[in-house]
Design a protein around this ligand. Structure first.
Ligand code: GDP
Length: 210
């Protein structure tokens, strides 16, 4: 188990922002389309299987789940988005809540956005990125399930995603500074790219490298 996450514990599940823990200290959130591989990414990065299991418990899957690393640092598991079978009303509620969370949460230092490397940057992902861009929220993208592609195909997907991001966000309104977006290839199954993700988490949560 990674010592960073040794004392992690489930704090609370919030259905609305008002139910979230006090907005103090530092937190990093994980987001992604349903089935993108977010839970498994969280598992291999933290080394704790129960963490994502908590978030998958029926009833808790549609909550923002907050986990405490210590008194001042938190990890946050956001509900998966883009799932076709969710009723329209609930979808709207979540999109609104996510947008609010990204825009208002002072303690949020950055978002780790998980996407399937075989089809990244889908419309719902771009919506999340647009909000992050508007809120000047740094994003680190994990292009996961890389084990399903050859090395060459994974690199090509990374290059294509990078190009698309710089075209979309690089030259937007010059008054808004471009938000640092970083992205990397990842695989929970092959345990590839864990160091990169950990490093970003460490920077955002102000944790010294091991
Ligand atoms: P979530 O809905 O985003 O939390 O997605 P999960 O983490 O539950 O993963 C969705 C599906 O993709 C499951 O069947 C996982 O086993 C599979 N999966 C997740 N990560 C990987 C990966 O790195 N490689 C492969 N091959 N499958 C993965």
């Amino acid at each position: 188990m990674n010592p960073l996450f040794q004392h992690i514990e489930f704090l609370t599940g919030a259905h609305t922002l008002s139910q979230a823990p006090p907005d103090a200290g530092l937190e990093v959130a994980f987001a992604g389309r349903s089935n993108a591989g977010k839970s498994r990414a969280i598992n291999v990065i933290t080394g704790i299987n129960s963490l994502a299991r908590v978030s998958k418990t029926p009833g808790r899957t549609q909550q923002i789940n907050f986990f405490a690393l210590d008194a001042t640092r938190r990890l946050v598991d956001l509900p998966g988005y883009g799932y076709a079978k969710v009723p329209e009303k609930m979808k709207r509620h979540w999109l609104q809540t996510l947008e609010q969370y990204l825009q208002m949460r002072q303690s949020l230092q950055g978002l780790i956005l998980v996407m399937d490397i075989r089809h990244p940057l889908m419309p719902a992902d771009l919506q999340m990125l647009d909000w992050c861009h508007g809120a000047q929220m740094p994003v680190h993208i994990l292009l996961t399930k890389a084990d399903k592609l050859s090395k060459g195909a994974a690199s090509a997907s990374l290059a294509k995603a990078r190009k698309m991001l710089s075209e979309r966000y690089g030259k937007m309104d010059a008054a808004i500074p471009t938000v640092a977006q970083t992205l990397q290839v990842f695989s929970a199954l092959a345990r590839q790219g864990i160091d990169g993700a950990e490093q970003r988490l460490g920077e955002w949560l102000d944790i010294k490298p091991k």
